[in-house]
Design a protein around this ligand. Structure first.
Ligand code: FE2
Length: 366
């Protein structure tokens, strides 16, 4: 039984990232992350003010969009926020209902429900505002057979689709919000979308002197959609969330986590393609086996690739974070493989920082 029966959600639809130069960004996500270009819209398809590239891998759909003129809201976005996720869109059976329910519960409407159509059918769209300048678009594509949306053409300029790197679906999308406002957004997702706080974190904020952040995870009734929300906390050093807010010019998406069924293969392929990951000190692996216990994978492979492991009462997970993917210290990605655990690798916060400190101590700098 879920609390969001008034707001049925089928799953993630897409994440749209507004960037300064979508043509080049698309190339990066295709070449480095193994996405395949599925659709395109721009001047050649009758869209005058923007160019959008739709990339797919497994069930993941990323859309990269840039504006074409100085007065475009997309160009303004890129100037204010840098390259950053604008829209975390959700597939719903009825976008009008989703919009009305959300607005009735206090969400600010951004785009009223409307249908767009072409020879492949029609799609119903509506958008609401969330933290920062971000939106959630509700997409009902039940009556559509085209590649993405009306107005887009199917597009595969590179010929055959990329074999990909084994990324299969979006796991969670994390938002950073201002100091003291996490609970406000937790309450927003409860009220407006009928989400609930994930049981694991019910009364517990993640806050250590190292990580300097607090986080709560909101999820829909079925657990398909997970939105962790972070706010900065006082720490030994400047909070990474504070740094994000400063360079992003306010709240926004911090990272998008994508699932793999074979993280060893996925991370090896991504590294091969030049994707950079946050480095894991060797010292991390000195105690990880003892902390996490038996796993199916080979610890040597994980150590070689820098993959992190964590366990909770339900099982374990493997994960790794990319470095930031643009010059501003804002958006990055996570690769995650779950074996029962529905957590987010909380144990890794502490283990990682302790490992860093052990190495610091070896250098006599602690
Ligand atoms: Fe994450």
């Amino acid at each position: 039984m879920s609390d969001n029966d008034f707001m049925p959600i089928d799953g993630w639809d897409h994440v749209e990232i507004w960037v300064g130069n979508a043509k080049q960004a698309a190339y990066f996500y295709e070449s480095a992350f193994g996405f395949t270009r599925a659709a395109y819209a721009g001047p050649e398809t009758g869209v005058r003010d923007r160019a959008s590239y739709v990339l797919e891998q497994g069930e993941i759909r990323l859309v990269l969009t840039s504006g074409l003129r100085a007065d475009s809201e997309i160009c303004r976005w890129a100037a204010v926020h840098g390259d950053s996720a604008k829209d975390v869109a959700l597939t719903v059976p009825d976008a009008t209902n989703a919009y009305r329910q959300a607005v009735q519960r206090g969400a600010r409407g951004v785009a009223e429900p409307h249908w767009v159509e072409d020879e492949h059918g029609r799609v119903e769209l509506a958008s609401i505002a969330t933290y920062g300048d971000n939106v959630h678009t509700f997409v009902n594509r039940g009556e559509y057979t085209g590649a993405y949306l009306p107005g887009y053409r199917s597009d595969s300029p590179n010929g055959n689709p990329s074999p990909g790197v084994g990324l299969i679906s979006i796991d969670h999308v994390v938002g950073n919000v201002e100091l003291g406002r996490m609970n406000e957004w937790v309450e927003f997702y409860e009220r407006v979308l009928g989400f609930q706080q994930l049981a694991h974190f019910s009364d517990e904020d993640i806050s250590t002197e190292y990580s300097a952040l607090m986080s709560k995870v909101m999820t829909d009734g079925q657990g398909k959609i997970k939105f962790p929300i972070n706010e900065p906390a006082e720490g030994r050093r400047k909070s990474q969330i504070e740094e994000y807010l400063e360079f992003h010019g306010g709240p926004g998406v911090q990272h998008v986590a994508m699932q793999s069924n074979d993280i060893v293969k996925t991370v090896a392929a991504l590294r091969e393609h030049g994707v950079l990951f946050m480095s894991t000190p060797d010292a991390y692996y000195d105690v990880v086996e003892e902390r996490v216990g038996e796993i199916e994978e080979d610890w040597g492979d994980l150590r070689k690739l820098g993959i992190l492991a964590d366990r909770d009462e339900e099982g374990y997970l493997l994960q790794l974070f990319t470095k930031i993917v643009q010059d501003r210290p804002t958006l990055f990605f996570e690769v995650i493989e779950r074996h029962g655990s529905r957590g987010f690798g909380i144990g890794n916060f502490k283990a990682l920082f302790e490992a860093i400190e052990r190495e610091q101590a070896l250098r006599g700098n602690l």
